[in-house]
Each structure stands twice: as C-alpha cells, then as structure tokens.
Write a protein that binds this ligand. Structure first.
Ligand SMILES: Nc1nc2c(ncn2[C@@H]2O[C@H](COP(=O)(O)OP(=O)(O)O)[C@@H](O)[C@H]2O)c(=O)[nH]1
Ligand SMILES: [Mg+2]
Ligand SMILES: [Zn+2]
Length: 304
C-alpha cells in the first residue's frame, strides 16, 4: 500500500492511504534517503510504502521527494530538522506584537524556502493589536514582500474573514510555520473549524518550552488542498550556504549583482563598484533586506 505521512511523533507515523483511512505505522529497520545524513528521515508529507500488520502498519520505503524544508537549529549546529516534505508552498505566520517576529527571522525563512525552490507566503497576523504606527509599518512590509513576488496578507485571525488566506491555499499543500503564539492554530481553526486545534493563551507562549502544537500534522481541507500545522520554531538557522548562494536567493539582488564591478566575486560588503550597495543607497533594494543579507553573510548568531 502507498500513503502520505500526515503526522509524525518520531517513533510513530500516521499514514493516510488511498481509501482515506489513517493507519498508525512504525518504521521497518533503518531507511535512508539519498543525500540525507539522518536515518529514518520520515517527515509529514512523505509518500511511503507500507504493509498492514493487524490494525497497524509498517513503513518499508520512502518514495523520492519533490522537496523538503529543512531548518537548522542554532545552538546545536549539527542538528537539523525536516519540517515537511513534498510541499507546494511555505506560509510564514508572523506578528509585530505578542510575540514580535524579527526581520532577520522572516528573511532567513524566506531564503531557506527559496533555496529549496519552495514558493513563500507571509501572513502578518494580529492586526487588531497594532497601533496606527504599527499598522503603517505592516502595510510597508506587505508592500515590500509583495514587490518581491511573495504574496503577503495582513489580517487578524480573531476578527477578520480569512477568505483571502483560503484562496491562497486552494489546490496546494501548504506548510504553515512561525514562532509559537503567532496564531497558526487559530488561523487553522478559522479555516477549518471542525479541526478544533488547541490554541495557546497569551501567557502560554511566553513561558519557555510551552507549545500547544507538539508535532507537525497535515490536514486536508478538500480533495486537492492540504495544510500542515507545525510546532512553533524559536530560531531559524540557514543550512550550509555560501555567501554567493545567499546573495542568489535574495531575488531583488539577482539582476543587480551582475552589474557589480567584480560581479562573480562581489559579496556587496566593501568592494568598489558594487551595484547592490548602490541600489540600497538609491532605495531600489530595501535597507532591512540588505541588513538581513549582511547578517547572514557574516554568519551572525542573531537568529531569533
Ligand atoms: N489579538 C489577537 N490574538 C490572536 C490572534 N491570533 C491568535 N491570537 C491569540 O494568540 C494566542 C496564540 O495563538 P495560537 O493559535 O495558539 O498560536 P500558534 O502557537 O501559532 O499556534 C492565542 O491566545 C490566540 O487567541 C489575532 O489575530 N489577534
Ligand atoms: Mg499551534
Ligand atoms: Zn556587489
């Protein structure tokens, strides 16, 4: 039988098979995937082959992946985590308040997804909590990311209609990620009330280690639309990228960097005749994006 992994606890996997039924599975021995160091790297979204064993199942192979999204933990640099596999887009939920998501975090997420060829979407949530000034700031950020070709929406999951978001999800498998407490489960509940996902109280997420969503889990919204709710991530590190690659993944630099005097080698730091820095000065590249770029190239550890 073949199926899709819809939930993984690390030792047990829920697999949805063609009949629509979900089977609890374990892994048979150690399965390796080409190009991946870890053994048993099964993630939500993986297509697997399994045998039924009584009421449970045994996964005996993982089918080749279209893609996956990998996150590097910062403290233990050898530790990376596959958030999900075979996804059509990565939706980052962020907030300017309670808890504020940093620009660096947003850009590291965007660059990582870009590196895996996964289109991105950004949801700026909790609009209802913002001052006029903060609303203006969000508006500017939405404009910025839209101009980079990334659909971006501001919303209050508590008070607004989520029609705009539902449309972005249609006919796709979407991974939803973000800090704990930004409102992922609240959004999901609004999109699919029957799911009744547990959500955290405002005081919960500020307490270290409290996560209402413990494991990634995929839900189907209709026959061709699924969404994956993930546990909150505190930090987002880049996986093995050279400065050249990083500058490639900043879409707004791609063309401009060809005009740098030492175009193939320019890292846009102090090199003479740098077209990228010129573009920043002329506001054709946003300063906040360029700052994110600089901190990534410097390998800085401000990855919160
Ligand atoms: N004021 C306000 N609170 C929200 C909004 N969205 C979510 N929350 C609250 O934020 C807290 C965390 O939400 P939750 O969905 O559990 O976040 P998750 O950790 O990303 O899944 C809960 O108390 C929600 O009620 C919003 O748009 N506005
Ligand atoms: Mg949650
Ligand atoms: Zn340059």
């Amino acid at each position: 039988m073949k199926g899709t992994v819809v939930k993984s606890t690390g030792s047990w996997y829920e697999v949805r098979v063609d009949t629509g039924k979900t089977i609890n599975c374990r892994m048979k021995g150690k399965i390796r995937l080409e190009g991946i160091k870890e053994t048993n790297p099964v993630a939500v979204g993986d297509f697997v082959e399994l045998d039924e064993e009584g009421t449970n199942g045994v996964i005996h192979s993982i089918l080749p992946r279209k893609n996956h999204l990998l996150r590097q933990a910062v403290k233990k640099s050898s530790h990376s985590q596959i958030l999900a596999a075979n996804i059509d887009q990565a939706m980052l939920v962020v907030t300017l308040k309670q808890p504020r998501t940093s620009m660096g975090f947003i850009d590291r997420f965007i660059i990582s997804a870009e590196a895996y060829g996964i289109p991105q979407v950004i949801i700026f949530n909790k609009e209802d909590l913002l001052s006029d000034e903060e609303k203006e700031e969000t508006h500017e950020l939405v404009k910025l990311y839209q101009s980079l070709g990334i659909p971006s929406v501001r919303i209050s999951a508590l008070t607004d209609s989520i029609d705009k978001i539902r449309q972005l999800l249609n006919d796709k498998v979407t991974l939803m990620a973000g800090h704990s407490g930004v409102g992922k489960s609240t959004l999901l509940n609004k999109i699919a009330p029957h799911l009744d996902r547990a959500t955290g109280s405002i005081s919960d997420f500020s307490q270290k280690g409290t996560h209402t969503t413990t494991f990634a889990e995929m839900f189907s919204l209709d026959e061709t639309t699924s969404i994956i709710d993930t546990p909150g991530v505190k930090e987002w590190g880049l996986v093995d990228m050279t400065p050249q690659e990083i500058s490639d993944y900043f879409v707004e630099m791609r063309e401009i960097r060809l005009n740098c005097k030492f175009s193939s080698k320019c890292l846009h730091l102090q090199e003479p005749g740098c077209a990228v820095r010129q573009a920043v000065e002329e506001d054709r590249i946003s300063e906040s994006r360029f700052n994110s770029y600089l901190s990534m190239v410097a390998g800085e550890d401000n990855r919160k």
